[in-house]
Every structure is written in C-alpha cells, then in structure tokens.
Ligand binder design. Structure first.
Ligand code: GH3
Ligand code: MG
Ligand code: MG
Ligand code: MG
Length: 313
C-alpha cells in the first residue's frame, strides 16, 4: 500500500496544539507573521483529530495537555499513514532530561522550552518547512522516475521491463495457487508497409490507438497490457483460462478493426489489422515463463501463416 503523502499546503499549514490559550495566541501570531496558515487544538484528542483531517506540514506540540499528553500525541502521529514525514516540534515548560529524552524517543524532531525564544522558534520552523518541501519534491521526482522506468513513453502502456517483472511475479503466484496464467502476443499486420505508405508519425499514432484498444480489452485490475517491442504488444492475464484469453484476443482483434485506420497497402484488408497468439499454462516448477512466451509467439506466427487478422492458440 502506498503511503498517503502529506498534502502540500500553500502557504504551509502549522498545527498549534497547546492547552494554554495565551501560548496558542502567541504561536499563531508568530506563525502568521511568517506567512503560514495556522490551525489550533486545545488538547491531545483535538490535536490528533485535526492532524488526521488536515495533514499539517509541521506540528508545534505542547507536552502537558488534557486528554492525551504531547508525548502520546507525537507517537500516535507517527503511527498514522505518512505521519513519520510530518516534523513535530515540542514546545514545553519541562526542562528535565527525562522529558527531553522522552520527546525525542516519541519521534519529535526538535525541542524548545518555554518561555519561547521567538526568533529561535521562527528559524527552526523555517528550517522544518524547507525540509518538508525538499522531501516532497524528492518524492515527486521518485514517483516520476518509477513511472518512466515502467511505462512506454509513446503508448502509455507498461514497457518491456515492467512486462518481464510482472510475468515473473505472476508466474510465481500462479505456481503457488496452481491456477492458469494466460499470455497474448499481438502484432500489427504489415506495419512496415504502413510506415512506408503513411510515414513514421502516422505509424506512431497507429501504435497509440492500438495500445488504447488493448488497454480497453484487458480491463481486469490484474491484467497487464504492455509494449513488448516495436509494433508488438503483450497482455498478461493472471488467473485466466484459455477461454478467457480468447475473449480478450477477440475483443482486441475486433477493436482494432473498428478503429478503421486506412491501410491501402496491407496484404490483408484496406485497414489496419492485428494477429494474435494465445498461450495458457498452469505453472510448474519444471517449466518457466519463457516457455509461455515461446508458446504465444508460436501461436502468433501460426496466425500470421494462416493469413493474419486472426488469433491462434
Ligand atoms: P507482419 O504482418 O508479418 O507483422 O509484417 P510487419 O511489416 O508488421 O513486420 P515487420 O516486423 O517486418 O515490421 C515491423 C515494423 O514496425 C518495422 C518498423 O518500421 C515498425 N516499427 C517498429 N517500432 C515502431 C515505432 O515505434 N514506430 C513506428 N512508426 N514504427 C515502428
Ligand atoms: Mg500544557
Ligand atoms: Mg507486424
Ligand atoms: Mg513484429
């Protein structure tokens, strides 16, 4: 399960949790002067409820409060999904070493004692906001990298790398469950002639449209349509018998025909068509996913041999 990313408030949102009204007023003023938004909680219970609902960027947390003390709140915040990414700064009258240790053990990133030294507080919060922003940028960049590493830029379906990874994974899972794994290989007919006739740009556009048809035909959440290479697509269909795979292959074949993309130089029809090969297996320890690919490839060549614009098993 991906963790919920704390929301990116603009301006940054600071949660001030303190049972003392004067302290809350002072903190609110100081934070608003910095240009931040402020939300207040007057006890531990309210602090957790507001945190869960609003996902502030930074929490300024008192130690001694009714309902739940600050140390408990700090621990609870860390336990919420994404909570470890929210910096908690303890602001307290407690100066003994035990309290300091308890605060950091609970997950606080900083500790300031009352009476508050306002200039220091401002700088500390500024630093925390910078860190939060940097972290959010890194997360976004990482997310984008993951996407680039797994998806084909032209067609937006999974790329070969993701295909290989997913096939291995599902093979192992079907091996444990002893259920059928199906694979469809799909190749555009006379695509070289299409490029020669209409140009490479039109060829790319055709690939995008065919990918879209394949994606619509393989709709179950576990199905994985992928660009296997050039003008060849593959569809991984976990927990699917041959009949189910035939249905998907048929839907792709019909869907591509219905696109009615003109292809006057095709040897098959005057529109773009595809040929498909289907293979199904219950994984066993002595076989491998490569054999499933070989079988689907063989079926694809049979469909080509028999005249294209068809599927074979
Ligand atoms: P067949 O019916 O037997 O599959 O014939 P074909 O012409 O489709 O097969 P072949 O493998 O000879 O040609 C595939 C062509 O696909 C060659 C290449 O120009 C084209 N192709 C591969 N990748 C791309 C791409 O990313 N964009 C475009 N526009 N064309 C591509
Ligand atoms: Mg207090
Ligand atoms: Mg082809
Ligand atoms: Mg090909």
């Amino acid at each position: 399960m991906p963790e919920i990313i704390p929301s990116n408030h603009n301006p940054p949102l600071i949660l001030v949790a303190d049972d003392d009204k004067m302290t809350r007023i002072g903190l609110r003023q100081a934070m608003e002067q910095e240009g931040y938004q402020v939300v207040e909680a007057n006890d531990g219970e309210a602090c957790l409820a507001i945190y869960a609902r609003m996902r502030p960027d930074v929490v300024l947390l008192d130690a001694i409060m009714p309902c739940r003390d600050g140390f408990t709140c700090c621990v609870q915040i860390q336990r919420m999904s994404g909570g470890t990414r929210t910096p908690v700064l303890m602001i307290t009258g407690l100066e003994d070493q035990e309290s300091v240790d308890q605060a950091f053990a609970a997950g606080a990133v900083d500790y300031i004692t009352k009476p508050i030294h306002w200039a220091v507080l401002r700088q500390r919060v500024r630093r925390l906001i910078q860190q939060v922003r940097l972290y959010q940028q890194l997360e976004q960049a990482n997310h984008e990298l993951q996407r680039l590493a797994s998806f084909d830029g032209l067609t937006q379906v999974a790329n070969r790398r993701r295909f290989d990874e997913y096939l291995q994974q599902e093979w192992q899972r079907m091996l444990r469950d002893q259920t059928s794994l199906s694979l469809i290989m799909c190749d555009i007919d006379c695509f070289k002639l299409f490029n020669d006739t209409y140009g490479h740009q039109a060829g790319d556009d055709c690939l995008r449209q065919v990918a879209n048809v394949i994606q619509n035909a393989a709709k179950r959440s576990l199905d994985l349509p992928a660009r296997y290479g050039g003008e060849e697509f593959a569809v991984i269909l976990p927990t699917t018998e041959q009949e189910g795979a035939i249905q998907v292959a048929h839907a792709i074949q019909v869907g591509v025909r219905e696109l009615a993309i003109a292809h006057t130089s095709s040897k098959v029809k005057s529109i773009v068509t595809v040929s498909l090969g289907i293979a199904t297996a219950i994984p066993s320890p002595i076989t491998s996913p490569e054999l499933l690919i070989t079988a689907a490839d063989k079926a694809l060549y049979q469909a080509k041999d028999e005249g294209r614009d068809r599927y074979s098993t």
